[in-house]
Ligand binder design. Structure first.
Ligand code: ADE
Length: 250
């Protein structure tokens, strides 16, 4: 039977979720609080991993080893790494890469030694379910959960959902030159964040299906930290909750 592990890097990305979790049991492991229970009918364990690859990797390892989750989903925000993307657009990873992994010339740049790969593929099935949930959220729920003022402020009228490559690294990217360097090496890159590819590596080791969903909060440029702060405070959780509700209902 399904036991879903739900990971968020920051409290702002899951604000309000706790109210929907029923039959809650709280467990503390490794300075993390794991909340197990039933979320919209689905058995689940929710956790705040904290920011960065190590925090995400150790948290996901506990989800798998201690809680026996059968699948893992992360919901959060990311910086845009493609000119076609705007704040509020949704990126569902089909592959993830650690952009700060480089053991060249011992291993090819980006390759994770021992795994033999640099790109990790997400679960097509979970990603498809998230895509459908996001479509329903945008078409039916978004206007109820996000105020007209916030939609106007962030320009959320023409939200798109795209699938593709997400890169993770222990770095908040706020420099178009840094971003251009990444794009040169990874032309198909859509978004940058700080946890997804770490979760991918651990799930690959344990052969656990996983999916990573990110809403664009900023354009990884010099305004990124301000755009990011506003977005996570005002709308990030509405996306997470709205989409996960549809995902669980599915
Ligand atoms: N998460 C959200 N925006 C980001 C950025 N610009 N860089 C890294 N992680 C992010």
């Amino acid at each position: 039977t399904t036991r879903l592990g739900l990971v968020f890097a920051m409290a702002e990305e899951q604000q309000g979720l706790a109210e929907h979790l029923q039959d809650v049991q709280i467990h503390h492991i490794g300075k993390r609080e794991y909340r197990s229970g039933t979320l919209w009918g689905v058995a689940c364990v929710c956790v705040l991993s904290g920011i960065g690859k190590v925090a995400a990797a150790s948290t996901v390892t506990s989800l798998i080893q201690h809680f026996g989750v059968t699948e893992i989903v992360l919901s959060g925000v990311a910086g845009a790494a493609d000119a076609s993307l705007r704040v509020g657009d949704i990126v569902i990873a089909d592959e993830l890469i650690q952009h700060d992994m480089n053991a060249f010339p011992i291993f090819p740049k980006f390759e994770i030694p021992r795994s033999g790969k640099s790109r990790f593929a997400t679960s097509a099935q979970l990603s498809q379910q998230l895509t459908q949930a996001a479509q329903i959220f945008i078409a039916q729920q978004m206007n109820q959960h996000i105020s007209a003022a916030a939609r106007a402020q962030f320009g959320l009228e023409q939200v798109q959902i795209v699938a593709g490559l997400i890169a993770s690294g222990d770095q908040f990217i706020q420099d178009l030159q840094v971003l251009a360097g990444l794009k040169q090496e990874l032309p198909d890159l859509l978004a940058v964040e700080m946890e997804g590819a770490a979760i991918a590596q651990v799930c690959d080791d344990f052969e656990i299906p996983y999916a990573i969903m990110r809403t664009i909060s900023d354009e990884a440029n010099e305004h990124a930290h301000l755009d990011f702060k506003q977005f996570i405070h005002e709308v990030a959780a509405q996306y997470s909750l709205g989409i996960l509700r549809e995902f669980c209902a599915d």
